[in-house]
Design a protein around this ligand. Structure first.
Ligand code: SAM
Length: 230
């Protein structure tokens, strides 16, 4: 199976209890800050959300947004997202592949992707961003946020952990790091989970973004920028 297929299968199986990740007590302070930023940043926007999962962020942004198209590869997570108390008439959930976006109903002035960047193999980052930016107006607002990692001994990969405490199992030839995740049924899934530093985020966006801002909280990093205006 490709890393992308492994990832999709992992999240399909994790769907019923994915949102446990938002109940971790130690993260609540960061999460409150992030929720305020996200709700404020996307007020009034026509939003494309990539890899929306169970709709945790979709519901939040729906209340102040003009409209939201929220896309995910897995019907298993979309089934939960469709149950969320989103603002009536504003949200369309769609099945689709972030790496090959389907025909979308309109052009957007904003995009959001939570906890998705870290799962994109490095070789696919720029093509993914090109596809995303092609779906947006020039000067659109884009926000990504994701897990920060807890630095251990930087020379020993196995001692690096993400903010869930998951150790990184290995690194491939492209510099992607992998985690071994265990689901409730005991199944083991080896998935791409990268922890870019600010410089790498900036380099990846070079030439295609302006007004880049990056903030690191304790458990999360947050990236916002504008797509090129010409
Ligand atoms: C870490 S979850 C994030 C969910 C949601 N954004 C959140 O923050 O709660 C990653 C999501 O990516 C989705 N996914 C995996 N591969 C995908 C692909 N190729 N295209 C779109 N979504 C994909 C999974 O189904 C999963 O819902």
């Amino acid at each position: 199976m490709t890393p992308e297929a492994t990832l999709a299968k992992y999240y399909a199986e994790r769907a019923p209890y994915y949102e446990r990740v938002y109940h971790k007590p130690e993260r609540q302070s960061d999460l409150r800050r992030l929720r305020v930023w996200v709700a404020e940043a996307f007020a009034g926007k026509i939003i494309l959300e990539i890899a929306c999962g169970t709709g945790y962020w979709t519901e939040l942004i729906s209340h102040n947004a003009a409209s939201v198209v929220a896309l995910d590869f897995n019907e298993e997570v979309l089934a939960y997202a469709r149950q969320k108390p989103c603002a009536p008439g504003k949200v369309t959930f769609m099945q689709g592949d972030a790496f090959a976006l389907p025909h979308l109903p309109r052009i957007f002035d904003a995009a959001l992707a939570g906890f998705w960047w870290s799962h994109i193999p490095k070789s696919r980052l720029r093509p993914f961003l090109k596809g995303l930016h092609d779906a947006l107006q020039p000067g659109a607002l884009v926000m990504f946020f994701d897990n920060a990692y807890v630095e251990g001994n930087s020379t020993k990969l196995v001692s690096r952990k993400d903010s869930d405490g998951n150790p990184l199992s290995h690194c491939d030839g492209d510099g992607n790091t992998y985690q071994e995740r265990v689901l409730d049924d005991g199944s083991l899934h080896q998935i791409v989970k990268n922890f870019p530093e600010a410089e790498e985020l900036r380099e990846t966006l070079a030439g295609s973004a302006s007004e880049i801002e990056i903030q690191f909280l304790t458990y999360y990093w947050v990236l916002t920028y504008r797509t090129r205006r010409s």
